[in-house]
Design a protein around this ligand. Structure first.
Ligand SMILES: [Fe+2]
Length: 273
């Protein structure tokens, strides 16, 4: 890539960052890099180092803001679109990020706003449609956020420390984990994901296939309150009156469990997008 191409790619990246990132420090660095790029004496290496420092500031940190309903944004990639070549082409990265991920962001925002309106007007006639949209686009958005930030042109290619210890403990060895994960990914039926997960209950790692991610909730989230509406949960007593079972269920709810789960779940803070 020549200097001009690099300049125009960086400019595109910077304008995305400026658009979605509400952080003065990052904005100042973006401006600084912009000025550098106008200066013909500055080198591409200097630009690269400044861009890298912006990308570092975009990594998760302690203070995390919340994302209001309808306010999700496409995260800027922490590297250039051609950075993962030859393994993943620039064209794929561009379309995947700019078009596909953006569609999930838009769809998630639309579903959240529609559900907000449904609550306000107490009109839930379209609940199935919007819940499906919420899961489909929410899973798409959240999983892509994990995906982009789990790759890098110059990243750490092997786990160490606690992660490696847990991989050894959970899968036997890193090689066994890799074979298991790759096989799961290759054999996902149709569309989907292979996902390494942490189970807070069994205190170990596992690998799941998410075929059609919308059938499996949003991932990235932590369940707090759950109501079983499988037939086995009510049929002997309520027969086909599922609605009555749901309405009466509120008489036996104990909020201590969801509250305790919430307290623990709030310890986990992902970077908001
Ligand atoms: Fe994707």
């Amino acid at each position: 890539m020549n200097k001009e191409e690099y300049r125009s790619q960086l400019k595109e990246w910077l304008s995305t960052i400026q658009h979605v990132w509400q952080d003065d420090k990052i904005h100042r660095k973006v401006e600084h890099l912009r000025l550098k790029m106008e200066d013909d004496h500055s080198s591409e290496q200097e630009w690269y180092e400044l861009a890298e420092s912006i990308a570092e500031d975009m990594q998760p940190h302690e203070e995390v803001r919340d994302v209001a309903a309808g306010n999700h944004q496409l995260p800027p990639l922490p590297y250039r679109y051609d950075a993962l070549e030859p393994y993943i082409s620039k064209e794929i990265m561009y379309l995947h990020h700019q078009k596909h991920h953006q569609t999930y962001v838009d769809g998630l925002n639309q579903a959240e706003l529609a559900l907000k309106k449904a609550r306000r007007t107490n009109d839930f006639t379209m609940i199935k449609h919007w819940e499906r949209e919420l899961a489909f686009h929410g899973a798409g958005h959240y999983l892509h956020c994990i995906f982009w930030f789990s790759m890098s042109p110059s990243g750490k290619r092997k786990p160490t420390g606690q992660m490696l210890r847990l991989i050894d403990q959970s899968f036997g060895s890193y090689e066994a984990f890799k074979s298991h994960f790759s096989a799961a990914a290759k054999q996902v039926e149709g569309v989907g994901w292979a996902i390494l997960v942490w189970s807070p209950r069994s205190q170990r790692l596992d690998i799941l296939q998410a075929e059609r991610h919308q059938f499996l909730s949003q991932w990235d989230i932590i369940p707090l309150l759950a109501l079983d509406v499988w037939e086995h949960a009510y049929y002997l007593q309520y027969r086909n009156e599922k609605a009555q079972y749901v309405d009466r269920w509120w008489n036996v709810v104990d909020w201590r469990e969801p509250e305790a789960r919430l307290k623990q779940a709030q310890q986990v803070k992902w970077t908001p997008f």
